[in-house]
Design a protein around this ligand. Structure first.
Ligand SMILES: Cc1cc2nc3c(=O)[nH]c(=O)nc-3n(C[C@H](O)[C@H](O)[C@H](O)COP(=O)(O)OP(=O)(O)OC[C@H]3O[C@@H](n4cnc5c(N)ncnc54)[C@H](O)[C@@H]3O)c2cc1C
Length: 462
């Protein structure tokens, strides 16, 4: 028996017997602040968020998810939903209320003949790639292998296969979802197509996905990828080359640019890429990247696809403090390049960096209203990520990212919802642009009381 009082959003307390009854009906554990494992379970990837849910339901399966949704709704509890725990603005943790934690739901089934995979919402990209690469298959996922498939898929999904195979949402073929009324609904092209449209970019607004089904493609086991680094003094030429080259690059080649500071070194400009076609063609395609001047470091060449999927991992460790701002640009103008270089030269923390993600090739050929993911026509999506360890340095690191983002605003035309940061709620309608009204109508249909609100929130239409 716990003495901890569970308080609803309306300020009423819930009797312990009701909580115990809820707990008794779960297959996974229900953690309270005094439970073993509670402290570890409430930690997020982003160390900025020190929140304490009243209850954490570590769901073992769909039945637990349904039970948790019904309990939270009936008792008007605040709810946070967690897949891989990599929300930049800390949406997957709440103070008080119920955290519906899906991280233990890690089942994956690959059908190599049909080139399909089904995965549960606790799966991370490192798990997914492991299972699918056993058959020489992959889908379009993220660029840090510790991120969850769930949040990443539902927001859109930009990664190393985007130019060839589209975004992650373009490869989502079906999903099972528990809606706010506790029903399990399947959404795909044939069943509930309106919900299927909304799930492909609409984030966690419509319910809790308990199973994702993806189209797979032949990829690897080797690709041509990695990165080449140049000194900051050459950044203007490198980024101009990058801008021009990306516009005519083959679909097999997805290319990002960025700024990082290697341990103990100077800040450098990086070209990072993945060519997922024949290796010889890939080596030819990336050859120009190596002769833009004198590289500080050249690690561009054949490597296993799973290694490519992990090349950013060391730069984003769990527990650091993070703050991100992002924008989508119609072009990488000389003015925007100047701004990025100016801010790269003044990063207050050597752990911080910037990455210019891209929406080219197959990802850009899908119509902006074909899925909820909107910014298809904005090929460059820079994300400015502050990372620091000492909480006393929060203000200057947050200010740096905000100022850089502010300076880019005259060139920005949208934003990718998964790259929204803290206090970006007012940017959600702009992130969805002309798709927002349709999303708001579907929110009203599937979640009229805005039960799922701790996310880049779409308000139910009036
Ligand atoms: C280090 C890092 C690298 C990244 N790299 C990329 C990248 O390469 N490409 C890219 O596209 N994005 C990238 N992102 C952004 C990433 O897509 C989002 O942060 C995403 O939300 C992470 O998903 P998650 O499951 O790990 O997060 P969580 O924090 O678990 O979830 C985030 C939100 O998603 C929703 N959600 C999670 N699970 C479910 C579910 N099963 N059903 C319904 N809603 C759910 C909830 O609203 C939750 O608050 C990156 C983020 C980080 C921190």
């Amino acid at each position: 028996m716990s003495d901890n009082i569970i308080v609803t959003a309306a300020g009423d307390s819930i009797e312990n017997t009701l909580v115990e009854e809820f707990q008794g009906g779960l297959r996974g554990p229900l953690l309270r602040p005094e439970s073993d494992g509670y402290e570890a379970a409430r930690k997020l990837w982003n160390g900025m968020f020190d929140r304490r849910p009243a209850l954490i339901a570590r769901c073992a399966g769909t039945a637990d998810v349904i039970r948790a949704v019904n309990f939270a709704r009936d008792h008007r509890l605040h709810v946070a939903v967690r897949g891989g725990g990599h929300s930049f603005p800390g949406h997957s943790i709440c103070d008080g209320g119920l955290l519906i934690d899906l991280s233990a739901m890690k089942g994956i089934r690959v059908d190599p003949a049909a080139r399909r995979a089904q995965a549960q919402p606790g799966v991370k990209w490192i798990d997914f790639d492991h299972e699918t690469q056993a058959f020489g298959l992959a889908t379009s996922g993220g660029t840090v292998s510790d991120t969850g498939i769930a949040g990443l898929t539902l927001g859109g999904g930009l990664g190393w296969l985007s130019s060839k195979h589209g975004l992650t949402v373009d490869n989502l073929t079906s999903a099972d979802i528990v809606t706010a009324d506790g029903r399990l609904v399947t959404a795909n092209a044939a069943e509930n197509p309106d919900l299927f449209w909304a799930l492909r970019g609409g984030g966690g607004n419509f319910g809790i996905v308990t199973s994702f089904e993806y189209q797979l493609h032949a990829v690897g086991p080797m690709v041509v990828g990695g990165m080449v680094l140049y000194p900051l003094s050459q950044a203007k030429e490198v980024l101009r080359f990058y801008r021009d080259f990306t516009k005519t690059a083959p679909d097999e080649l997805t290319i990002y640019a960025g700024f990082v500071t290697p341990p103990g070194g100077e800040t450098v400009v990086a070209l990072i890429c993945c060519y997922c076609g024949p290796l010889g063609e890939g080596e030819e395609a990336v050859r120009p990247f190596k002769s833009l001047g004198t590289p500080v470091h050249d690690a561009l060449g054949p490597l296993p696809f799973v290694a490519q999927q992990q090349i950013f991992d060391a730069g984003f460790p769990t527990g650091s403090n993070y703050y991100a701002k992002a924008a989508s640009l119609g072009d990488l103008t000389d003015e925007a390049i100047e701004i990025l270089i100016e801010y790269a030269a003044t990063m207050p923390s050597p752990l911080s960096g910037m990455v210019i993600q891209t929406v080219f090739g197959a990802a850009s050929r899908v119509a902006p209203d074909a899925t909820a993911f909107r910014p298809r026509a904005f090929p460059y999506a820079p994300i400015i990520v502050s990372q620091w360890l000492d909480p006393a340095q929060t203000a200057e690191n947050v200010a740096w990212a905000r100022d850089c983002w502010g300076a880019l605003q005259p060139f920005a035309g949208g934003v990718y919802v998964n790259d929204l940061g803290e206090n970006d709620e007012d940017r959600v309608p702009a992130a969805y642009g002309a798709n927002y009204q349709r999303l708001a109508a579907l929110k009203k249909k599937y979640d009229p009381d805005n039960f799922f609100r701790l996310n880049p929130n779409i308000k139910p239409a009036n």
